[in-house]
Design a protein around this ligand. Structure first.
Ligand SMILES: C[S@@+](CC[C@H](N)C(=O)[O-])C[C@H]1O[C@@H](n2cnc3c(N)ncnc32)[C@H](O)[C@@H]1O
Length: 212
């Protein structure tokens, strides 16, 4: 939840998140991305990077459970779902979701992925992960972009053919280079600023649809 309650108490997304039982207002960013791009279509094996406090995991769990019934057909489907969340911070437990407290940029985490998903490839990788901002927009953007490249590496190793990647970055001079790299790796690439993103924030999400 927001760090400064005095500033955020009147924020409509903050209030709505509290009412609906979401752990963070960023829930509405993911719901907006889902509405626009239907990223969870046939998603059963899901990895969420930078999950704390856990609203994206709450949404992933709800949709993955609905998908078990929704996509019971002759096309790609599974009869169970698996969701893994990771953060440097603690994530309070969520039923049927595995969470680990570690840095996702480590060989140990790659090991966790392989053990948990039994070396199966994933349908979708989500990342709302962000660096600890220093306040210097220029260097923050460079560091956030570096984080995005390591997330792309995780996607390269673990995402299935035609899988989906959502990641967060900050707009700035390296943005076009990252978009270009995404276009090498995904058939369709979109950038999107959800309505719940705060005015004045330079955060933007990149959605890679259909991994090549
Ligand atoms: C904006 S929060 C995520 C909010 C989350 N999507 C939700 O809905 O509750 C970003 C998180 O990324 C995490 N993070 C950043 N770098 C990380 C890393 N290398 N490994 C694990 N977590 C990381 C931070 O600790 C932080 O909790």
């Amino acid at each position: 939840m927001p760090k400064d309650p005095h500033v955020h108490r009147n924020d409509p997304h903050y209030k709505q998140a509290k009412q609906k039982g979401f752990r963070a207002r960023s829930a509405y960013k993911l719901l907006d991305i889902q509405k626009r791009f239907n990223i969870f279509k046939r998603a059963f094996y899901i990895l969420d990077l930078g999950s704390a406090p856990g609203s994206w995991l709450q949404i992933s769990r709800k949709i993955a459970e609905e998908n078990l019934e929704k996509y019971k057909d002759q096309y790609y489907h599974r009869d169970h779902f698996k969701i893994l969340g990771v953060d440097l911070k603690n994530i309070s437990p969520i039923d049927d979701v595995k969470t680990v407290k570690m840095d996702f940029n480590t060989p140990e985490f790659q090991n966790e992925i392989e053990i948990f998903f039994k070396s199966n490839k994933l349908d979708i990788i989500l990342s709302d992960a962000s660096i600890n901002k220093s306040g210097n927009k220029f260097s923050d953007q460079i560091r956030q972009n570096q984080l995005c490249y390591s997330i792309l590496e995780i996607a390269r190793k673990n995402l299935r053919y035609k899988g989906i990647l959502v990641l967060k970055t900050f707009q700035g001079q390296d943005f076009n280079k990252l978009m270009k790299q995404m276009k090498y790796e995904f058939q369709i690439v979109k950038s999107y600023k959800p309505k719940a993103s705060k005015k004045g924030s330079n955060e933007i999400y990149i959605i890679g649809l259909k991994k090549k």
